[in-house]
Design a protein around this ligand. Structure first.
Ligand code: GAL
Length: 345
């Protein structure tokens, strides 16, 4: 069941909120402003529904843009491109720089700040955005489509599609911050596994150095379940200090659509599996969330109250020949799928 409500008119465009409810009463609440996930409500081991992502009650907070990107689609290129510069077909492109000298999450006005076209299609909501040639200095007219669905098996499914009339670069993902304890505390006690043998160390500006480092004997080894709180404040470890916790890209094992991560909260029994066909994943522990931030339904958030698990291609891939391909050729169709499947244990 999907209900739709108008929230406001912004720059002449209507912003809506859609609530998708499945037959178990689980909910996915989204808006066409930034194709943002406002809330996901899932049962704990006693059947009690609660929010498992961070969000805001008021659309104005999203419009004001606090730099946290709660639940939004980030693009055209999620995460960082060094100096905002890359070469394609022998030509240099200089993107807008919005984080010191670098380009972050699509630039000054990224996809998270756009009002997308929206349409309910059976059990899903489909959003479309046309990004004109030269927007944020990216090449080509890019047409993007994102579909959100909620299955009766409690899976939140995000499907992306795009095409461009010129060769360009692309890296779309969703910036949801998960907290399986209903955001009643930091995520320290969550247990995480990530199926990755390597991660990408970064410089001080969080740009990958190009090295793929083995996770063995480091706080980045999530191949077996690891408590997030165990190392998130281990600032003696250089990479943790740079990221103020985790803010790193993991090179996912395997290829094609596969399970790449699992997050478990022992206190509520909620479990989330991450399925994707993407080669990498950014893991961010949300140190930037300000103390005493007002969240959904009177909840109060702070640093480390939510974690992002964003399947993607690695940051700065346009400048690293050995990183995954992020080039979308003229006439080709870009696709990308991500499923967050919830259950209890
Ligand atoms: C993450 C990024 C972080 C931070 C965050 C938004 O994807 O890796 O460094 O910028 O987004 O606050």
């Amino acid at each position: 069941m999907i209900s739709k409500k108008m929230l406001k008119v912004h720059n002449g465009k209507e912003i809506y909120q859609f609530t998708i409810q499945n037959e178990h009463g689980a909910e996915l609440v989204v808006t066409n402003f930034g194709v943002t996930i406002i809330a996901i409500r899932m049962p704990d081991r006693n059947g009690k529904l609660d929010e498992v992502v961070l969000g805001y009650d008021d659309i104005e907070t999203y419009i004001k843009h606090d730099g946290l990107y709660f639940g939004s689609i980030i693009g055209r290129y999620g995460n960082r491109i060094k100096d905002g510069r890359f070469q394609l077909n022998g030509k240099t492109f200089q993107l807008n720089r919005n984080e010191s000298s670098n380009h972050l999450h699509g630039g000054r006005v990224g996809f998270d700040q756009k009002v997308w076209e929206s349409e309910i299609q059976e059990d899903s909501v489909v959003f479309e955005y046309f990004s004109p040639d030269g927007e944020e200095n990216y090449p080509g007219n890019l047409s993007t489509k994102v579909r959100y669905s909620l299955s009766n098996g409690n899976a939140v499914i995000i499907e992306y599609e795009a095409n461009c009339d010129q060769d360009t670069i692309i890296n779309l993902t969703n910036h949801a911050y998960f907290n399986l304890n209903g955001a009643t505390a930091e995520v320290y006690d969550h247990l995480l596994t990530i199926d990755a043998d390597f991660f990408t160390p970064t410089d001080n500006e969080l740009i990958p150095t190009g090295e793929l480092r083995c996770v063995g004997d480091t706080p980045f080894d999530f191949r077996n379940q690891r408590r997030i709180g165990e190392s998130v404040c281990d600032y003696d470890h250089e990479a943790i200090a740079i990221g103020n916790g985790y803010d790193h890209n993991f090179v996912l094992n395997g290829e094609g659509e596969r399970k790449v991560a699992e997050l478990y909260d022992p206190s509520t029994g909620r479990l989330m599996e991450v399925i994707t066909d993407q080669p990498s994943m950014q893991f961010f522990t949300g140190y930037k969330i300000p103390e005493s931030s007002k969240g959904l339904n009177g909840k109060v958030y702070g640093p480390y109250y939510g974690i992002c698990l964003e399947p993607d291609v690695s940051p700065n891939s346009p400048n690293e020949a050995d990183f995954p391909n992020c080039i979308l050729r003229k006439g080709e169709v870009y696709t990308n799928v991500c499923k967050y499947i919830f259950s209890t244990k």
